[in-house]
Design a protein around this ligand. Structure first.
Ligand SMILES: C[S@@+](CC[C@H](N)C(=O)[O-])C[C@H]1O[C@@H](n2cnc3c(N)ncnc32)[C@H](O)[C@@H]1O
Length: 232
């Protein structure tokens, strides 16, 4: 078992290359839930952006400004090779982000909340940054997966490595954000569908698909920031 920091240094090189059905499922779920992109603005933040997947996606969908933050220099180095986001990346721990208060209309934190040691501090930091009325999406592996023996792993050279994480329940995550003036608008617990079958096949895991599609694989929480102004 290795720490999130070490894991993402090692994983960065292959993160975009290896077929990943979780990421595909999550994009399929979040896409239709995103608020309309206003022509005159919209600053989108990709929190723990990794190789910049959501930052690119949100800019393509019409966000006028955007930034991605991550504490892994290697993940950001991969993001830097992508046209359109190379100058929008910030090396930072998401417990304390060097970003102005109330600046973001939309923030996405995708497959990272399980690596954050202090949920309350993280929620408070996002509450400072997301403007009143702004939107926040938090997604991650479904906690039921752990109960059924699913692990957070990746392949590094010939070895499969497991990443150490915190096993937060969905109510724990929701409570942390609700305590910081985020209102839960929607919670989706999603299973793999036919749309992801080909990705399992490409990864040589076609036989696992039928069993995997019976359990929720991910959750997505969509919050809206309330009206309380915070300065710290
Ligand atoms: C599984 S990757 C997800 C990357 C991206 N959000 C995506 O969905 O493709 C998790 C990311 O969270 C980042 N991360 C974990 N803990 C962090 C922290 N405390 N501050 C900033 N980034 C963090 C890791 O470096 C890694 O890039």
């Amino acid at each position: 078992m290795i720490s999130a920091a070490t894991a993402h240094l090692l994983w960065a090189e292959t993160y975009d290359r290896d077929p990943n059905a979780l990421l595909a499922l999550e994009e399929r779920i979040i896409g239709p839930l995103l608020p309309p992109f206003e022509a005159n603005g919209m600053l989108a933040l990709d929190v723990a952006c990794g190789t910049g997947r959501w930052l690119l996606n949100l800019l393509h969908r019409g966000a006028r400004f955007g930034a991605g933050l991550d504490f892994s220099s290697k993940m950001l180095a991969q993001a830097q090779g992508k046209a359109g986001i190379e100058d929008k990346l910030i090396l930072a721990d998401c417990a304390a982000m060097p970003v102005a208060s109330h600046c973001s209309d939309l923030a996405v934190c995708s497959f990272a909340v399980g690596y954050i040691p202090d949920l309350s501090r993280f929620a408070a930091e996002l509450s400072r940054i997301v403007r009143c009325g702004g939107h926040l999406f938090v997604s991650d592996f479904h906690p039921l997966g752990h109960l059924h023996g699913w692990k957070r792993t990746f392949r590094h050279r010939e070895t499969v490595l497991e990443i150490s994480s915190f096993r937060y329940s969905i109510p724990e995550i929701c409570c942390a954000f609700e305590a910081e003036d985020f209102e839960l608008l929607n919670q989706v617990e999603a299973c793999f569908g036919e749309e992801e079958r080909h990705i399992f096949k490409e990864a040589g895991k076609g036989q696992e698909f039928e069993a995997m599609m019976r359990l929720p694989a991910i959750f997505v929480c969509h919050f809206r920031r309330g009206e309380t102004t915070r300065t710290t």
